[in-house]
Ligand binder design. Structure first.
Ligand code: FAD
Length: 518
């Protein structure tokens, strides 16, 4: 029998004040409502009291900022994740805050009631549950998307749910940039909290290295800032430590000058492999590395195309075919070249079109020292791996190789450091990232097994050659990898101590299971 309305209202009002009533009873599926008004629950699973659900209390607190299944707001959020597996998760309700105060109010409802929740930034994490949660509450930060440039153009404040495209679109016309992801649709939130490796990492470091201040909502609902002067340990921990400390509602980045730039892609047949391998090696080992240059070499496979080489070039000046890229330009076997003088805003949009939403996605990341023998063996390992996925419908099996040159870490250190624990030898590192895209969840096990084997084979080869590097890029890590442990014991201990200080009950590890946890 439904609780009379007045009794229910009394419970709603009492629950926030009463520890005895502070537990979360999730809304039974049958009672999920598209109404934005709180409704009494018929669940009696919480004992003698018919307690309101977490979502009911949120709705009574935040009104129309809480949406329920079948509503337009709920569907728009759920359908806009990048990976299909994230879109298939159904939270009991979604909170869409428009301010840090809203985020604080949400946590003040969720945490005392032990309600499970997820936090979504740009929704570009691939792993199921990284930024969404079945039978819980998802806080979608998409409404926190303001991008505000300081009057002296030296800093930009960015909402915790903004996309890099919004940042670049605001900054490019001013001849400015902030160093973020290469695709416009990627969220500033997740990518920056995981480091954030982009075209201009050699020039300015990781995205996180350029955050001069975070606005953070802690587990107790307090809104704090983290900067070199205020809460400096939290500031440092957020430079790579992910979502383990709080919900970041605003990032303040340093900007850097960036006008028109040269960028684009060049595709080659596999016949260019040896030239490409030698060029990648020399490019990465170049002790006179041109800091304007950013490169991704990509091994791409579809059953129709077979293995191809698809490279992305970026140069932070409007110079066509700059000298550092000329060894690539002269390789035989080029099938396509769409490089041009463009802007970061336009180029990031073009890049994003190549990775649309709505597919099954599996990723991993691993790192090894730049080594000619390893690069040659890598191709053999990669092409062998394509046999395992060749019959998967719609498969795109892509292994990208990002040079990490010593200048990247020099920039990180100059900017106050981060917790990634990355040390780069003079000949550079190669960050290898798998992105496997396919259409059907029914093929998931096959593709995951192939990805696991490919990762194991690459790591084994790198170890056998003595060129393995432990760094795992959290932004592309696979679900069974442990990127935070890859930062090294001292950084891990620092992250744990900082989390304990700012979140003594471990809310961001227990109530918020999504993401890589300490
Ligand atoms: C097409 C594509 C291109 C990419 N390009 C790059 C690239 O160039 N460089 C790079 O480094 N990475 C890149 N990535 C990886 C990307 O950085 C990660 O997937 C990142 O996690 C995405 O962040 P998001 O906010 O969009 O994702 P979400 O899935 O929303 O969030 C990822 C994680 O971050 C947490 N989180 C997000 N925002 C906040 C916040 N404000 N406060 C607290 N926690 C938060 C979430 O809880 C979740 O655990 C790319 C990914 C894709 C799909």
């Amino acid at each position: 029998m439904d609780t009379p309305a007045w009794t229910w209202l009394r419970i709603v009002l009492l629950v926030p004040l009463s520890g005895a009533l502070a537990s979360c009873v999730t809304r039974p599926a049958s009672s999920a409502s598209s109404s934005l008004s709180p409704t009494p629950t018929s669940s009696t699973s919480g004992g003698p009291w018919n307690r309101p659900t977490c979502c009911d209390v949120l709705a009574s607190t935040l009104g129309s900022k809480v949406s329920f299944p079948s509503s337009n707001a709920y569907n728009a959020s759920i359908s806009s994740y990048w990976s299909q597996q994230e879109s298939e998760i159904a939270p009991r309700c979604i909170v869409s805050p428009s301010s840090a105060s809203d985020v604080s109010a949400a946590l003040k409802v969720l945490v005392p009631r032990a309600c499970k929740f997820a936090v979504r930034g740009g929704g570009h994490g691939a792993i199921a549950g990284i930024a969404n949660i079945d039978d819980g509450v998802t806080i979608d930060l998409g409404g926190l998307s303001a991008v505000t440039v300081s009057s002296d153009n030296k800093k930009v404040k960015v909402g915790g749910g903004a996309s890099w495209g919004a940042v670049y679109a605001r900054l490019s016309p001013l001849g400015l940039a902030a160093p973020g992801a290469r695709h416009a649709t990627v969220g500033v939130g997740g990518s920056s909290l995981g480091g954030g490796f982009g075209f201009f990492a050699p020039k300015v470091g990781f995205a996180c290295d350029n955050v001069v201040q975070f606005e953070v909502v802690l587990a107790n609902g307090n809104i704090v800032t983290a900067s070199p002067r205020t809460n400096p340990n939290l500031w440092r921990a957020l430079r790579g430590g992910g979502n383990n400390f709080g919900i970041v509602t605003e990032f303040t980045f340093k900007t850097f000058p960036l006008g028109p730039m040269w960028a684009g892609e060049a595709y080659f047949s596999a016949s260019a492999l040896e030239a490409q391998t030698q060029t990648l090696y020399s490019f990465t080992a170049n002790t006179n590395y041109d800091l304007n240059a950013g490169l991704t070499v990509n091994y791409a496979f579809t059953p129709a195309s077979g293995p191809l080489l698809t490279n992305t070039y970026a140069y932070a000046q409007p110079v066509v075919n700059p000298p550092i890229f000329q060894p690539f330009a002269t390789m035989a076997g080029q099938l396509l070249n769409n490089t041009s003088v463009t802007t970061l805003a336009d180029f990031s949009v073009a890049q994003a079109k190549e990775s649309p939403n709505g597919f099954q996605e599996i990723t991993f990341a691993t790192t090894f020292e730049n080594d000619l023998g390893m690069l040659r063996e890598l191709w053999a390992i990669y092409t062998a791996s394509t046999n395992s996925v060749a019959n998967v419908s719609g498969i795109q099996w892509s292994l990208s190789l990002d040079p990490i040159v010593p200048a990247v870490v020099a920039r990180s250190d100059a900017n106050g450091g981060n917790v990634l624990g990355l040390r780069v030898p003079a000949h550079g590192l190669i960050l290898a990232v798998l992105t496997a895209t396919f259409g059907s969840a029914g093929d998931y096990e096959i593709v995951q097994a192939a990805a696991d084997k490919l990762l194991a084979d690459i790591m084994e080869a790198a170890k056998a050659r003595g060129v393995f590097n432990p760094y795992v890029d959290v932004n592309h890590a696979g679900k069974s990898q442990d990127p935070l442990a890859s930062y090294g014991l001292a950084n891990l201990a620092f992250l744990k101590a900082t989390a304990l200080h700012f979140d003594p009950r471990g809310v961001f590890q227990t109530l918020m299971p999504g993401g890589f946890k300490l």
